[in-house]
Design a protein around this ligand. Structure first.
Ligand SMILES: [Zn+2]
Length: 316
């Protein structure tokens, strides 16, 4: 299978023989295209969204429970709000709200210029049936780019030394894609000898030094087996089977009903009289939900329990 010929979005995980070091490689193309279908983003913004989606895909790949991972930002820079989400380990969706003045940073890499004074948060939302609590952690924004900020986050929050690289390639439009490469140092086995610990640390330093030699062109164009062989051929590396990722929205009529119900009967009726029909467009997938009088009556008359923030998504 030549991955470069397929618009499939894919993630590989890999590990090095007898070493507490793992890695992930992810390439997104069709998800990037899908995310930009209902909102036209400048290429460098689309690239940043691609990095965010690749990041949540990699984090979700390591989760032991079912649920969602979200990376959300808000700030006063060119990027006012954004959300990248990976649900059920494979389903991605994302959105960006940009300023109207079109004075966007020329590089996708300068995270400070995109967010300005702002916040970036990682949220883990386990499905209700897991009985687990949601978790949110802030990503410090004192590094140059998203990759460095996330390396810092993994180091601080999970005590896992991490190296993360992104490349955007030069293609635009439907051919635009983002590729990410992550290396992570896992804890030593509790029974590891001093010699094994030293060997693992030496290998980590060598592997990360080798990874740092990757060029944007190599990362953006080579497929995973070729890239890993080119960078790390001195270290036996096992590549797990490819995992396909998809752009898939989680909006439903039920959730849209619940959102409208929160407006209250008076406001809903007033809105209906003013507009003749209420339409709600999903900002992720563009799907339009229409509400005429009978639909509004159904929403108001419904006895369903009020919407709870522990539902199936941070925005719906
Ligand atoms: Zn949708």
């Amino acid at each position: 299978m030549n991955l470069l010929d397929t618009p499939m979005d894919v993630l590989f995980r890999f590990s090095f023989a007898d070493l507490p070091i793992r890695g992930q490689w992810v390439r997104l193309q069709s998800s990037l295209h899908a995310a930009g279908q209902f909102r036209a983003y400048p290429p460098q913004a689309s690239n940043l969204l691609g990095q965010m989606l690749a990041s949540v895909a990699m984090i979700a790949d390591n989760l032991k429970f079912s649920g969602a991972v979200a990376l959300q930002s808000q700030g006063n820079g060119a990027l006012r709000r954004s959300l990248a989400e990976c649900r059920d380990h494979t389903n991605l969706r994302g959105i960006m709200h940009l300023t109207d003045d079109a004075s966007f940073p020329s590089s996708y890499q300068d995270i400070g210029a995109w967010l300005g004074q702002g916040q970036l948060a990682i949220t883990l939302l386990p499905d209700e049936e897991t009985g687990m609590q949601p978790y949110q952690g802030l990503v410090a924004l004192d590094q140059a780019d998203l990759a460095k900020c996330l390396e810092d986050y993994f180091e601080r929050s999970e005590q896992l030394a991490t190296r993360l690289f992104f490349a955007g390639g030069t293609e635009q439009g439907a051919d635009q894609r983002v590729t990410g490469l992550l290396l992570q140092r896992l804890p030593n086995h509790p029974d590891a000898s001093d010699a094994e610990r030293d060997a693992a640390q030496d290998a980590w330093e060598t592997l990360t030094a080798l990874a740092a030699t990757v060029t944007d062109a190599e990362l953006a164009t080579l497929d995973a087996p070729t890239l890993l062989h080119r960078l790390f051929h001195e270290y036996p590396c096992t590549l797990q089977p490819a995992k396909a990722l998809h752009y898939q929205c989680t909006c439903t009529l039920d959730r849209t009903d619940s959102t409208l119900r929160m407006l209250g009967e008076d406001d809903l009726q007033a809105l209906l009289i003013e507009r003749g029909e209420i339409t709600v467009d999903c900002e992720f997938c563009g799907k339009r939900y229409r509400y005429a009088q009978a639909d509004v009556d159904r929403v108001i008359g419904s006895t369903e329990a009020p919407w709870q923030p522990s539902g199936r998504g941070p925005l719906h």
